[in-house]
Design a protein around this ligand. Structure first.
Ligand code: ISL
Length: 524
């Protein structure tokens, strides 16, 4: 490992994102859980990842599958409770795998004791000051306080029935109505969040993924937005997000995390402008920030080049470590985004090589190592609140959250002992199980294992800078400046000649010194 002494562990780590509902089910209720994950840690060790990022597992009514937190300092019984979490941390650490977990500071569940107390207390009480309760507009207050929309569709405000039984104030929820936004101007909110961070750090957690890290702070007076009606998307100037006061919150969070040497944060920062994105990565704020450009990029060589170059430039503004992510539980899987089928899979493998060749931290979303595509789910099984809130115009994110196929020839493919999995698994995943792919040296899983192993072991991956080399049309070539690794991507429709050198990995075998279309190669 490069620079073990002076380089923090996360600066070139491969993180593996576990969507706990969908990873492995130990108690046969059709939903994945932490003991299921602990039992499958061998898969992660073989894959060679450095750390796990766990999507939320704290106590939740699951209106947004854990992003609606009712108790941030306990594990939901659905996932096995606190004892299962402690078993996971111990077992992962024994295998040399770090554990990082999601924390959700922007909002709570509507079932959180604070919110229930706020409802019971009535208007203009201290209990309501932990959230955004406002009177409505119009003579009888029946019009929401401003025009903000929920990210999942529909208004970002819900009117409550007051203790006297009459319709009364409205509360703000940038996401589902079951996810009321917290008022971070109230000092109790940070004090409680600090307790949460310390609670998990004391239990051995190695870091946090901070949900909606560009949220939390709201502009004075909650002014109307120009247009915020696009579901699951927003622009940098949207008043719901990216308020400059959020940086003071990140500095406070950093002070807490710095009490635990080696602990880190990675923020979900949906901000496009390089300068504004980089503000979150200043030395006293987040350690890492997701840069989502490649999740919004077609398989097009110019777009890919520009996304990489911009991500590097953004991180360089504040001397931060770049991060690379092709997909997660919110954005469609790359196999499907790149066209699906054989071509989609080839392109996804090629792009995995591009990201794993870059300096910085790489995030792999569970199932990516199997080449899983999105699943076309029937209406009646959809669970993402986006589906209902958008009036059935946006299908939401369930298609990229289908459980992992482990073994056997029929659903649920060893994921669970119950055939009634929380989302149905497609029959044709029989060819994609971990079991089948482990036994096949040419599988996507074997390919990921080789790629991660090379990245970990070879000195050619050292250093933090890259140079772009001259490449044929529809191709790109970059070189790690210190280590010398070259990565070639052919995003065109014809084979391209490979440069001189030894090919240490290719996503499709080169033929006659040429790299086929939709393929990547690493050369030393
Ligand atoms: O959806 C987005 C971009 O695709 C963003 O606009 C938005 O910030 C994002 O949906 C926030 O996601 C995170 O918080 C949500 C949760 O549903 C997501 O799963 C989580 O990643 C609410 O907690």
């Amino acid at each position: 490992m490069a620079g073990a002494t002076d380089t923090p562990w996360w600066s070139n780590a491969v993180f593996y994102q576990v969507y706990p509902r969908s990873f492995a089910d130990s108690n046969d209720d059709g939903v994945g859980d932490l003991d299921g994950l602990t039992a499958r840690l061998g898969h992660l060790q073989e894959l060679g990842v450095d750390a796990i990022w766990l999507n939320p597992v704290t106590v939740s009514p699951m209106a947004d599958h854990g992003y609606d937190v009712a108790d941030p300092r306990d594990i939901d019984p659905l996932f096995g409770g606190l004892a299962a979490f402690e078993r996971l941390v111990t077992a992962a650490h024994q295998r040399g795998i770090k554990v990082t977990m999601d924390v959700v500071p922007n909002h709570t569940s509507s079932q959180h004791p604070w919110f229930r107390a706020a409802l019971a207390a009535g208007p203009r009480t201290e209990a309501r000051d932990r959230y955004f309760f406002r009177d409505g507009q119009g003579p009888d207050g029946a019009v929401p306080p401003n025009n903000w929309e929920s990210v999942f569709g529909g208004p970002a405000w819900t009117r409550v029935v007051e203790p006297d039984g009459e319709p009364g104030q409205w509360y703000l929820h940038l996401f589902d109505a079951e996810q009321p936004d917290l008022n971070w101007d109230n000092p109790e909110v940070f004090d409680d969040f600090e307790k949460t961070l310390r609670f998990w750090l004391e239990r051995g957690v190695d870091g946090f993924r901070i949900d909606v890290a560009h949220g939390m702070a709201k502009p004075e007076g909650l002014p109307d937005a120009k247009d915020n009606s696009t579901v699951l998307r927003h622009t940098d100037d949207d008043p719901r997000f990216n308020n400059p006061n959020v940086h003071a919150i990140h500095r406070d969070i950093r002070t807490v995390v710095d009490d635990y040497p080696g602990a880190m944060t990675v923020g979900e920062v949906w901000v496009t402008d390089n300068r504004r994105w980089a503000e979150y990565l200043r030395p006293d704020e987040l350690h890492l920030g997701f840069n989502f450009r490649l999740t919004r990029t077609e398989f097009d060589v110019t777009e890919i080049h520009d996304a990489i170059q911009n991500s590097l430039a953004a991180a360089a503004l504040v001397d931060a470590t770049p991060t690379w992510t092709l997909s997660n539980h919110d954005v469609g899987r790359e196999v499907t985004r790149y066209g699906g089928g054989e071509a989609g899979l080839r392109r996804a493998r090629a792009m995995a090589m591009v990201t794993l060749a870059l300096p910085g931290a790489v995030f792999v979303y569970n199932g990516e190592e199997l080449g899983l595509p999105d699943v076309d789910l029937p209406d009646e099984v959809l669970q993402d609140p986006t589906w209902e809130r958008s009036g059935h115009t946006e299908r939401g994110r369930d298609g990229c959250r289908v459980p992992m196929p482990w073994s056997g020839d029929t659903p649920p493919f060893g994921f669970s002992g119950s055939a009634d999995t929380w989302l149905p698994m497609p029959e044709d995943w029989a060819a994609l199980t971990v079991e089948k792919q482990r036994a096949d040296a040419g599988s996507t899983l074997s390919f990921f294992r080789q790629a991660i192993e090379l990245r970990r072991a070879r000195a050619e991956f050292e250093g933090t800078a890259i140079d772009w080399l001259t490449a044929p049309a529809d191709a790109l070539i970059f070189r790690r400046r210190a280590g010398g690794l070259r990565c070639v991507l052919n995003a065109g429709s014809r084979p391209i000649p490979l440069p001189q050198g030894e090919v240490i990995l290719a996503s499709v075998p080169p033929a006659g010194g040429a790299l086929p279309p939709d393929a990547a190669a690493w050369l030393v």
